[in-house]
Design a protein around this ligand. Sequence first.
Ligand SMILES: [Zn+2]
Ligand SMILES: [Zn+2]
Length: 343
Amino acid sequence: MKAMVLNKITSLDENKKPLEMVNLPDPLPKDNEVLVKVSACGVCHTELDEIEGRIPPPRFPVVLGHEIVGRVEETGSNANKFKIGDRVGIGWIYSACGECKFCLSSNENLCENFRATGRDANGGYAEYVVVLEDFACKIPEVFSDCEAAPLLCAGAIGYRSLRLTNIKDGQNLGLTGFGASAHLVLKMARHKYPNAKVFVFARSEKERDFARELGAVWAGDTEEESPEKLHCVIDTTPAWKPIVEALKNLECGGRLVINAIRKESVDKEYLLKLDYPSHLWLEKEIKSVANVARRDISEFLDLAAQIPIKPEFQEYKLEEANKALVELKERKIRGAKVLRMDI
Ligand SMILES: [Zn+2]
Ligand SMILES: [Zn+2]
């Protein structure tokens, strides 16, 4: 099969072609695995982190890609969840042990043996991928392959972060940072909790206008005080300032959920402004979101189908993966980037 592989950690600023097109033997599904013929695979910021070594794969070469949509081509001898031809999706979670307390409580994203698609196992920048049948999910019919692919990552993690806020209808939700994942959370929150008010903190006026357009009752700059106290805030930024500033807007017992796979150290000193009485006292909580569990992916897809949420996207051929990655890094074009295997 054709695959775009990463052979080593490299800098995208110096090397615009980090992935190499190679021919690999077609993978074979064993036991309860399925072989999936990939039709679309979204291109994610996490791939930039893998290539540049911030979230390094444990071995090389590796096929990246964890927003995979395709059809079951072959089933292993003990696989019976899907039929040949069924359309399935595969997200960041590739596998977990299935036996630990986290796996048994549907929090397999916290499993010690959590393995990530396109990092710890070969992913979707290829014609085929093999996955355990229990880690593939059904895709609602309303989505095309290319529409569904980008939803498998930012949307599902956004859904988990919204879930972890414990928000109830009628409460106030804050969003600090207003990129792709926060747009999705705003849409989900408006649908799932129609009486909740959403407050958005973003640096650019354009983002704040967009937030109001999507239904935020208020939008202000990162350090502004919200006009009402917030039951919960979701942070989707790579920085520390938004965290400190968001804490002051939380009400007693409120919760800040940090939806970021890593934080940069550029403004780490801002943490020294943390003021215990105004930022943390009165039982305020801080919680991070790590990876996704399977239920986040499938519940989010069902919710996205109801709303509906359909991402804007731009298509690239498999061999254009390097171009898609460079454009993602340079933020040239808005909207998701999707590799389509049949063009
Ligand atoms: Zn991703
Ligand atoms: Zn486990």
